[in-house]
Design a protein around this ligand. Structure first.
Ligand code: AMP
Ligand code: FE
Ligand code: FE
Ligand code: ZN
Length: 287
């Protein structure tokens, strides 16, 4: 059986494995095909590709920070997985850069507000030690290491929550524009964990259907640790209605989350559809 995990993070964004460690851990977990999908960056691609053992396949991707229409009609943060796009496509590369800069400014402001409140947080050190795409998990680790909270998860319940005291929003990419840009770059846009309700408000299903109907959106991530069984059913129905690609993945973040590599997987036929649609870069096969 081919084990395919299409959503993972490294120290290039908010995971704790380096790209080489991720590949090593994926091989040890019996993964045959792995997608690297760090937030808003491709900087882990080369190291991951170089670390591939013979026969293992790497799908180069990212997870883009977007904003869609929420169920309540107001803007809501949504994540878009993008596979096999050309990293040199200029508008997409420029937008990734803008997002990474917005991340740094936002985390710096959150850290400074915490410092001003007397929390033992070193904003400069966090930014210096983080990779290209810093995020709230970096603050969560610092809070955990300082003993302010007992776990990364706990810090998200209050201190880092959108309803919490230190939250600073950031300007994400419009979801429709992101989907179009990924396509222009030869990539395959797949909406990530659209029903992950524990994280907050949800994107309107009608917004998803509009993007699917126009043929722009290629797929939906259905099997994901943050999706309940009814939510998977709901997404499955939409996927069938619009002939979308259906994926399953762990969304592995190393020690920042408890989920293991390969905890959820994608069927080979769905991977084939992604590979057939992606024209920006090749799949990498370890030699
Ligand atoms: P940010 O990109 O700064 O908005 O932070 C969002 C990231 O935080 C997500 O990509 C997850 O990796 C992580 N995250 C969100 N909610 C939780 C949670 N409850 N526990 C652990 N990590 C979380
Ligand atoms: Fe993350
Ligand atoms: Fe995500
Ligand atoms: Zn993710």
């Amino acid at each position: 059986m081919t084990r395919i995990d299409l959503h993972t993070h490294t120290t290039a964004s908010d995971g704790t494995d380096s790209p080489a460690q991720l590949i090593e851990n994926a091989a040890a977990a019996g993964i045959d095909v792995l997608a690297l999908t760090d937030h808003d960056t491709t900087s882990g691609w080369d190291e991951a590709a170089a670390a591939l053992p013979a026969g293992m396949v790497l799908i180069r991707g990212m997870e883009m920070s977007c904003v869609g229409r929420g169920e309540d009609g107001y803007p809501v943060s949504v994540h878009l997985l993008a596979y096999l796009f050309d990293p040199n496509h200029s508008s997409l590369a420029a937008e990734r850069k803008r997002l990474r800069e917005a991340r740094r400014a936002r985390i710096a402001t959150m850290a400074e507000r915490m410092q001003a409140d007397g929390l033992p947080i070193d904003a400069e050190r966090i930014l210096a030690e983080a990779g290209p795409a810093v995020g709230r998990p970096h603050l969560a680790r610092a809070l955990t290491e300082a003993g302010v909270v007992s776990s990364v998860q706990e810090s998200f319940q209050h201190l880092l929550s959108p309803r919490g005291p230190y939250y600073v929003p950031m300007r994400n990419t419009d979801l429709g524009s992101a989907v179009a840009m990924v396509r222009e770059a030869g990539g395959v846009p797949v909406l990530a964990h659209a029903r992950a309700s524990a994280r907050g408000r949800l994107v309107d299903l009608e917004h998803i259907e509009n993007l699917a109907e126009s043929g722009a959106l290629a797929g939906l991530e259905i099997d994901h640790p943050d999706h309940s069984a009814p939510d998977r059913e709901l997404l499955l129905k939409i996927a069938h209605r619009y002939s979308l690609i259906m994926t399953g993945s762990s969304d592995y973040h190393g020690a920042n989350k408890h989920i293991r590599l390969g905890a959820f997987t994608t069927a080979p036929a769905q991977l084939d559809a992604i590979v057939a649609a992606g024209t920006g870069v090749e799949v990498v096969v370890g030699e």
